[in-house]
Design a binder for this molecule. Sequence first.
Ligand SMILES: Cc1ncc(COP(=O)(O)O)c(C=O)c1O
Length: 398
Amino acid sequence: MVISKRIEKLGSGVFDRNDHRKELYRTTSSIQGKLPMVDLSLGSTDLSPPPVVLEAIAAALTDPKSHSYCLHASTSAFREAVAFWAESRFGVRVDPEREVLLLVGSQEGTAHLPLAVLDPGDSALIMDPSYPSHLGGMVLADANIHCLRLRHEEDWRPDFQSLSQNDWDQIKMMVCGFPHNPTAQVGHQSWLDEAMSIGIQHQVVVAHDNPYVDLALDGEAPLLLHSEGWRECGIEFFSFSKGWCMGGFRLAFAIGAEPLIKALRQLKAVVDFNQSLALQKGGIAALSHAANWPKNLLGIYRKRRDRTLQVLNDIGWHTPVPSMALYLWLPLPEWAKDQGYTDETLAIELLDETGIALTPGSGFGLGGRNWLRLALVRSSEDLEEAIGRISLWWDAKI
Ligand SMILES: Cc1ncc(COP(=O)(O)O)c(C=O)c1O
């Protein structure tokens, strides 16, 4: 059987590898008398979508239109709700016909965009570390991929000036995302302003992946739509997965420069038929009647963050305070480095010995090496259980 070199190059993503290990743990733990797993490795929350969303989806499920294919024209009510939200939430007026596109998750959008923008061999830039679809999409598009390393010592700030004018002249597209997964830092508007201004100067498409826009715990999340010039060559991705807890429903949208929206729409016409009208109705309800839902989650995540950090700091696992909800970004402990662990081997051992699943940072790129991501996506009780087990394990290791 012939498989493309592209697939070989994609390799197996961190979530895939982790999934495999978790499945193994799940199926063998009870036979081996191990504790049940507490999965803190995915940004898939235990919290619920707004009732108004679930009611809208349920009411629309039996409508025959909900089980028909849904071409672009049938997404117009959804796109209008997006435009209404963009104006009321950010004060940005957008054209729902030409500047908005429905997506089957922002992951899908960021993975497909390079195919719509790049030709094979074109240079493109991602942040390192970054969400895996940023790299994956560029691999699928056969891009010549450059990585801009984000560093803890620099508060994970992208140093765009570290690339030469000549580098920027070669680059056709860059993808970034703040608030930033996995480092859990909100970032600054000035970073996007700078990216956009470079984009205009060097004709670089600037894609901003912003599913956490409403989930800053400290400060304000940056927004590409607030950066001057986005209508020339910018596109921003938003999602219902995090702020409205709808990850499994796979619904998101892009707002961007008309030619980019048009190209992505053309590409997606080959790939999918949008989402079901029932799910779109859920999205419309979220944007129109539950726009403040993400704000309700902040107190819950802040409490989870503070309690987990307190226990980790007490045992000596000193962890930077994240400024966004959902994640902690844990440095590989010094004792673990001394004992020869990598982030991946430590995560494997932690799972095996305690049943706690974290994500090894190197799965997000070399810049994530020596870090682990813990997602605060379980109840307080489960998190207490998890940090209790981690504490016992830690004491036995040092
Ligand atoms: C930066 C980033 N982009 C995209 C996604 C996926 O979002 P969606 O569920 O909308 O595909 C995630 C999920 O964790 C993410 O962290």
